[in-house]
Design a binder for this molecule. Structure first.
Ligand SMILES: C[S@@+](CC[C@H](N)C(=O)[O-])C[C@H]1O[C@@H](n2cnc3c(N)ncnc32)[C@H](O)[C@@H]1O
Length: 292
């Protein structure tokens, strides 16, 4: 019975997420679509607004619901070990796809994101929010769970440690920090590495945590996206690569470099073809840090 209720709940959340995404898409065609959060289209060289929009379209169409693996992980492995579920903070919540599903499990939800365009979503759902760089966020409260999902790619390398320390500093005793990031394994990782050897993946964050004497448990997850539509998988792959590998540096790329990167992505997507179907495997890791 409980599972049936959860499934119905999730059905409505996923559908409302897609509706909101469509609204966001329409609203932001001329706005700062690109993932580099400053809103000044720094990534336009590598990924144009049109390509970014196509990538998001493909992402929502090919992985419904995109956030499912992480939500299942939280439901099955994290919530059962939590002592208290009072306050939840989602850092880099973007359009709140994850936040909306997780928020009902907590008494209060706060989000932080640099982008203004998502503000109406946070208002609509009654989240407390701070629009701006997390490093400038002065939190008056501490949190039982902090989620930082696919955000580290945007953090400048020289701020990674301070960003991590800051998250830990606002975790309650017995609180849990969950970090989701691309994993350093599989073909996608090798592509990322060949494009930018300094791209941020989970192992780099584990190294920072080790330096801070903080231990993390790791759960690995893989999701598989299959389609016979080259344009869609290419658009989605370009979006992933632009965010994962170049969120911080695309404004420094030359046109020649952009051409080379686009060609490598093209060749990579072609190499995933099996019996007329493109099979794209995305490996991610969930890091769990307990404040005990
Ligand atoms: C790739 S999206 C991740 C969205 C969501 N967490 C998920 O996993 O679906 C990254 C988000 O982090 C935000 N972001 C990046 N750096 C940030 C910072 N220093 N402070 C606040 N938000 C940041 C960006 O604006 C963007 O919306």
């Amino acid at each position: 019975m409980m599972i049936a209720i959860q499934n119905v709940f999730r059905y409505f959340v996923v559908n409302s997420t897609n509706r909101e995404y469509k609204k966001y898409k329409v609203n932001s065609v001329h706005g700062p679509l690109c993932p580099n959060a400053k809103g000044d289209n720094k990534m336009a060289l590598l990924i144009s607004n049109e390509e970014y929009k196509n990538g998001l379209d493909a992402l929502y169409e090919l992985i419904p619901p995109r956030v499912k693996p992480l939500v299942s992980f939280l439901e099955n492995k994290i919530f059962p070990i939590m002592k208290e579920k009072s306050t939840f903070l989602d850092i880099g919540a973007a359009s709140g796809d994850l936040t909306k599903i997780i928020a009902p499990c907590f008494q209060s939800t706060t989000v932080v994101d640099e982008k203004h365009i998502f503000e109406y979503i946070y208002n609509k759902h009654g989240f407390d929010y701070y629009i701006g760089d997390f490093m400038n966020y002065n939190s008056k409260k501490k949190f039982d769970m902090i989620l930082c999902s696919h955000v580290y790619y945007h953090v400048p390398i020289d701020q990674l440690e301070a960003f991590t320390k800051k998250m830990l500093s606002i975790l309650k005793p017995n609180g849990i920090l969950v970090v989701a990031l691309t994993a350093p394994r599989g073909a996608n990782h090798h592509l990322c590495l060949s494009l930018n050897k300094d791209y941020i993946h989970s192992e780099k964050i584990i190294n920072i945590l080790n330096k801070l004497n903080v231990s993390a448990e790791k759960e690995s997850s893989t999701f598989k996206i299959s389609t016979n539509d080259f344009q869609k998988i290419y658009a989605m792959c370009k979006l992933f690569i632009s965010v994962d590998c170049f969120a911080n540096s695309s404004d420094k790329l030359t046109e020649k470099q952009v051409e080379t990167i686009s060609k490598k992505i093209n060749d990579y997507v072609l190499s995933t073809k099996q019996d007329n179907i493109y099979v794209y495997l995305y490996e991610e890791d969930y890091l769990v840090i307990r404040n005990s």
